[in-house]
Design a protein around this ligand. Structure first.
Ligand code: MHO
Length: 215
């Protein structure tokens, strides 16, 4: 009897873990007619997602991986390094309600632009910051936003964020989507422990708060 109870308990715990951690890749987001897309890497995608989700004109934000060579990578693959991919977000937005320039503004204020091989506590090229542009117009705007910041002494010649042509965006597992909303305690512990807000405040001052209401 005890064995059966233990086996049942193990099954329930296992099933709960599976439900809590859905490893299926999230569906590629719908892009309604007239909507636009943007792809950014700013370290941990839970945080990147939460910086944009729910903001004016944002239709959806999906966590995933891009910029590398491995096809259909898992989070574990990317975490081990060697896939070339970065954790990234794919934003679908309504250009009538917000602009790519607005998104860039928010991107920068959620990034440590001095840090090429990771962001905050997360090190490794999978956490690099990067702007993945889909066309010449996005490239022009991204380069202009970088040049604008470089007019400030503190950024002059020190911004290491690359601007790269976008390639395939692979959606991450379902359990990574909306992580901040669905796992608020875990998310806050991680974010605080990673020193993200302290560092953003130190770099951007009050402007950092434009990036995330959770600050
Ligand atoms: N170092 C963190 C990163 C989370 S993130 C989505 C962790 O392993 O939980 O890469």
């Amino acid at each position: 009897m005890r064995v059966i109870v233990a086996a049942l308990a193990a099954l329930i715990v296992g099933a709960t873990a599976l439900i809590a951690k859905d490893l299926t890749p999230a569906p590629y987001p719908q892009v309604p007619a007239g909507a636009e897309t943007a792809i950014f890497a700013i370290g941990c995608f839970w945080c990147a997602e939460s910086a944009f989700e729910g903001k004016p004109g944002i239709i959806s934000v999906t966590s995933g991986h891009t910029g590398g060579q491995t096809k259909n990578p898992t989070y574990e693959d990317v975490g081990q390094g060697g896939t070339g991919h970065a954790e990234a977000i794919l934003i679908v937005y309504d250009p009538k309600k917000t602009t790519y320039e607005d998104l860039l503004y928010r991107f920068w204020r959620n990034a440590d632009p001095y840090s090429a091989n990771g962001q905050f506590c997360d090190r490794g090229s999978q956490y690099r910051p990067e702007i993945f542009v889909k066309d010449a117009a996005q490239r022009k705007a991204a380069e202009a936003s970088k040049a604008e910041l470089e007019k400030q002494d503190k950024f002059k010649g020190k911004i290491v964020v690359k601007i790269t042509d976008a390639s395939t965006f692979y959606t991450a597992e379902k359990y990574h989507q909306d992580f901040a909303v669905l796992n608020p305690d875990h998310y806050k512990r991680y974010r605080f422990g990673c020193g993200r807000d302290d560092r953003l405040d130190a770099i951007w001052g009050k402007e950092a708060r434009a990036g995330d209401p959770e600050h």
